[in-house]
Ligand binder design. Structure first.
Ligand SMILES: Cc1cc2nc3c(=O)[nH]c(=O)nc-3n(C[C@H](O)[C@H](O)[C@H](O)COP(=O)(O)OP(=O)(O)OC[C@H]3O[C@@H](n4cnc5c(N)ncnc54)[C@H](O)[C@@H]3O)c2cc1C
Length: 399
């Protein structure tokens, strides 16, 4: 059986391993983090198209066990005025809407399945260097260990060393100028928000939240800030973030200040980055998947779903093409346009979050958005983003 070394145990890595196993490959996953982190990465939206991939793996229902169904997003202004509702999934089909889960729940559902399938995963294995020979590829890890396979799949996220190995001149991710800071809160008397996530165009910053049936609020804020690296962001104490956000959102409507006041546990802070176009997704025996080649801002809630789509497509290409070179080329050809379209779409949504200090601009935005959003619930122009399906049974050669 040919063997794939998979770098990264986030979303794309375990999904690729599961699909490759079905395609007749042996797979082994190597993850840099020392251990799973139950809090890590806050929460994310798994879109209809990502749920379809999980369904193919038989994992959709398991994911939904701890999910908040979210087919609607309600927008309101910093004065508490309702601006409109938009579908979070294909318009007109709320039953096929997206779902919000803790990130670690998505990761652990995928990892559970790899463990059941007997796919090994090594924690604390940070890829340091790749070496390719005529007959195989070797991953060298920072701790001095190594792994040998027929191909190497970089599922190593936005900072991907694999992307750099494939093309030393590959673009770096661009910073969107916004942070995503979030956490969890319980506010006495705050009602659950079934089927809905709320988005508030606050007077000095964008704020999103939902409330689970058990009363737990999931929230995030997108303050505009200068770029700081991941370690610098991690070093900021949660109390500092909360103080900053309290001041930024002090004038915003209920329950925004209350959620910030009642946040418990650590606050996560992440820079928002994107990779709108990476020319080369593969070289020799090495290929990259997910954020490594098309990181998207979180505004469209599609990054994880795209990573899942990549995983199934790459496995189909490896199943149906006679050699890995052809398979990798076909995979990039099938995926690149769609991924770049989603990255651009997400960026366009993100622009609306950019804060302006001009009162006039805010008034204009609050007056125009309801007009713009009026037809959104019936507007099917973006349905193709959610209705994308990748059937496992069909041959990739027929597409
Ligand atoms: C704040 C924020 C909010 C987001 N919200 C959403 C959302 O609502 N919906 C959505 O779909 N997407 C969202 N995203 C994007 C989403 O997280 C990514 O698109 C998705 O996780 C991509 O999956 P991946 O497997 O490609 O990368 P990741 O999930 O990032 O996994 C990469 C893995 O590789 C590991 N790794 C990195 N370097 C190495 C190395 N050298 N050696 C070994 N392992 C390595 C990392 O530790 C990590 O576990 C959000 C992102 C951010 C930052």
């Amino acid at each position: 059986m040919p063997k794939a070394i998979i770098i990264g145990g986030g979303v794309a890595g375990p999904a690729a391993a599961l699909f490759l196993r079905r395609a007749g490959w042996e797979a082994e996953i190597f993850e840099a983090r020392p251990a799973p982190d139950a809090f890590g990465g806050l929460f994310l939206n798994v879109a209809t198209n990502g749920l379809a991939v999980l369904d193919t793996l038989g994992l959709k229902n398991r994911l939904l066990e701890a999910g908040h169904l979210c087919p609607y997003m309600e927008m309101s202004s910093g004065r508490g005025r309702m601006l409109g509702t938009v579908p979070n999934g294909p318009a007109g089909e709320p039953e096929r809407g997206s779902v919000v889960v803790r990130r670690e729940w998505l990761n652990s559902v995928l990892r559970e399945a790899t463990a059941e399938a007997g796919i090994p995963l090594t924690w604390g294995a940070r890829l340091d260097r790749i070496e390719e020979t005529a007959s195989g590829v070797t991953a060298h890890f920072a701790d001095g260990t190594r792994a040998i396979g027929d191909i190497l799949i970089g599922c190593d996220g936005v900072g991907s060393p694999t992307r750099r190995w494939i093309d030393p001149t590959a673009p770096d991710p661009t910073y969107a100028g916004l942070l995503s800071i979030g956490g969890f809160a319980r506010v006495e008397g705050l009602a659950p928000t079934p089927l809905t996530q709320h988005m508030v165009f606050g007077s000095r910053g964008f704020f999103g939240y939902l409330v689970r049936d058990d009363g737990t609020a999931y929230w995030f804020a997108n303050p505009a800030r200068a770029e700081r690296d991941r370690d610098e962001l991690r070093a900021v104490p949660s109390t500092t973030w909360i103080d900053e956000l309290r001041s930024l959102h002090a004038g915003d409507p209920y329950p925004v200040p209350q959620i910030l006041d009642h946040t418990t546990g650590a606050i996560g802070a992440y820079g928002i980055y994107e990779l709108p176009h990476v020319p080369h997704w593969h070289r020799g025996r090495v290929v990259a998947v997910g954020d490594a080649v098309h990181a998207t801002s979180p505004s469209a809630g599609q990054g994880a779903s795209l990573a899942l789509e990549d995983a199934v497509t790459l496995a189909l290409c490896l199943r149906d093409h006679p050699d890995h070179q052809q398979a990798f080329a076909r995979y990039q050809q099938l995926r690149q346009h769609r991924a770049e379209e989603v990255v651009a779409y997400s960026r366009a949504i993100g622009r609306q979050k950019t804060v302006t200090s001009s009162k006039l601009a805010i008034l204009m935005r609050d007056a125009l958005l309801p007009l713009f959003l009026r037809g959104a619930m019936k507007d099917t122009r973006n349905n193709h983003l959610y209705n994308h399906t990748i059937p496992w049974e069909s041959s990739i050669l027929d597409t």
